[in-house]
Design a protein around this ligand. Structure first.
Ligand code: NAD
Length: 490
């Protein structure tokens, strides 16, 4: 059984917060208390940054292959503990155990393994400059990196950030969400176990406006990598001004998911349900706007709402459960408030829109899969609901579909379902989004860049792009045998 750790991880040790404050962590299935974790405030963040700064010279000078070896060992260790980690993630976040086990844990291990392999393969370059000179460009680590993640995929998101940062030779202060800190603390424990040196990774659990803000402002931090809401993303940019730290932002989304009249409807119905209802819709890339060709809309919606109504809600620990609770009561109430907003603006609730009737789920944060017919300009079609809530609208031709798809301020994930190859590529090139899935949705791979445009943020996670973003270019000029005429003739 995976242990539940509840202290801060600083300088290789689990420690209490300086002022011994704590945060309650609840199981969203029934709102019972799982544990109380130490709450980091400014003084604790300072300690973590100092530990990371002390560890940086040695870690950055460690052979890249050795850094990679530790990440590979961590990946193996995570796989060996897959069941326990999945259980921990399920009780902390509400992810159904089958998804936590087969998606979250597996993708987490794959991410650490990918960057473990990357560590000694990411190279600098030699630039062809004028004769007599050698110019080489090194990719140097930045230093201490601050990382802030939200509550929706804690295990996976910490791997997306820790993997490339550590492979590139940075040291890290990680602030998970105060709502779902448990899997990150366990990963810290496993890192210590497989031999990561003290101070290389530090984990501070704390609230955003205190610990998060302090980390984002900290003069000892060279880069902040942030995943979260667009509103907080703007605050991160402001907080970074003092020492002009580098900022990478993975923010909100309002994924357009377009179903054309020639789509394979069975695949589109199933894939679109996955696009929105996986993890109860709490995904930045969720396909939360269904845009359907008017000729197939009735048939599609008939099948889609039928599927939505049949999704099995239940205790995340039950292997039969297909959808668990939302991650907190506050968030459940926020999602339900959008049902009222939809009605006020004339939206039609085609499925769900309320908590399930099952008394066994009454104490938890459950919301039924919700399908709402709405106009593209309505608030529910423009604002990120971040729940099992999908809007539906229809279109007549490709131009209209594209205009609707591109009508929000976000640009993160998007999908399209068609058998017409030319249309698929044309639309993929025209949709304003960082990621486009054709005849699928939500594919993620550690080698493929992940990120958005517009109000969805900037910078990319995963792949070579991430390694690039976690390093600085250092250009070194060597005069090999150039005879430089004196500039000042004396
Ligand atoms: P949030 O922005 O409220 O919080 C995210 C993290 O930032 C948390 O750890 C929080 O404690 C911290 N934080 C809050 N205020 C802060 C401040 N002033 N300074 C520094 N840190 C602060 O978001 P959330 O509610 O936890 O997560 C949901 C949001 O995250 C959604 O908008 C979703 O789209 C977005 N998200 C984006 C991606 C992506 O990759 N683009 C992925 C997942 C979630």
């Amino acid at each position: 059984m995976t242990s539940i750790q509840n202290k801060l991880f600083i300088d290789g040790r689990f420690v209490d917060a300086v002022d011994e404050a704590t945060i309650d962590v609840f199981n969203p299935h029934d709102n019972t208390l799982i544990t109380r974790v130490a709450e980091a405030r400014a003084a604790d963040v300072d300690r973590a940054v100092e530990a990371a700064a002390r560890a940086f010279p040695k870690w950055s000078a460690t052979a890249a292959a050795e850094r990679g070896r530790l990440l590979l060992k961590l990946a193996d260790r995570i796989e060996a503990e897959a069941d326990g980690l999945a259980r921990l993630e399920a009780i902390d976040t509400g992810h159904p155990i089958r998804d936590a086990r087969n998606i979250d844990v597996m993708r987490t291990a794959a991410c650490y393994r990918y960057f473990g392999g990357m560590a000694d393969k990411f190279q600098g370059s030699v630039v062809p400059v004028e004769a007599g000179f050698l110019n080489y460009v090194q990719r140097a680590p930045i230093g201490v990196v601050g990382q802030i993640v939200p509550w929706n995929f804690p295990l996976m998101f910490t791997s997306w950030k820790l993997g490339p940062a550590l492979a590139a030779g940075n040291t890290v202060v990680m602030k998970p969400s105060e709502i779902t800190p448990l899997s990150t603390l366990r990963i810290a424990e496993l890192m210590a176990e497989v031999g990561f040196p003290e101070g290389v990774v530090n984990v501070v659990i704390g609230y955003g406006h205190t610990a998060g803000q302090h980390l984002a402002e900290h003069p000892g931090v060279g880069k902040i990598s942030f995943t979260g809401s667009t509103a907080v993303g703007r605050r991160i940019v402001d907080a970074s001004r003092g020492n002009l730290k580098r900022v990478q932002l993975e923010l909100g989304g309002k994924g357009a998911n377009i179903v054309f009249e020639d789509a394979n409807l069975a695949a589109a119905v199933n894939g679109s349900a996955w696009a929105i209802f996986h993890n109860q819709g709490q995904a930045c890339i969720a396909g939360s706007r269904l845009i359907i060709h008017e000729r197939v809309a009735d048939e599609f919606l008939d099948r889609f709402t039928g599927l939505a109504k049949s999704i099995r809600l239940g205790n995340p620990l039950d292997p039969q459960t297909e959808m668990g609770p939302l991650t907190s009561t506050v968030h459940r109430d926020r999602v339900l408030s959008y049902v009222d907003i939809a009605r006020e603006q004339g939206g039609e609730i085609l499925a769900g829109g309320k908590p399930p009737a099952d008394p066994a789920l009454a104490a938890g944060c459950y919301v039924e899969p919700t399908v709402v017919r709405a106009r593209p300009a309505d608030r529910v079609s423009q604002e990120e609901v971040f729940g099992p809530f999908v809007t539906v609208t229809t279109f007549k031709d490709d131009a209209e579909a594209l205009a609707i798809a591109n009508s929000t301020e976000y640009g993160l994930g998007s999908g399209l379902w068609t058998r017409d190859l030319s249309r698929a590529h044309r639309m993929a090139g025209a949709i304003r989004a960082g990621m486009v899935w054709i005849n699928s949705y939500k594919r993620v791979n550690p080698g493929s860049p992940f990120g958005g445009v517009g109000q969805s943020g900037y910078g990319r996670e995963m792949g070579f792009e991430a390694m690039h973003d976690y390093t600085e270019a250092r250009s070194v000029w060597v005069n090999v045998d150039a005879a430089i005429p004196p500039h000042f003739k004396r």
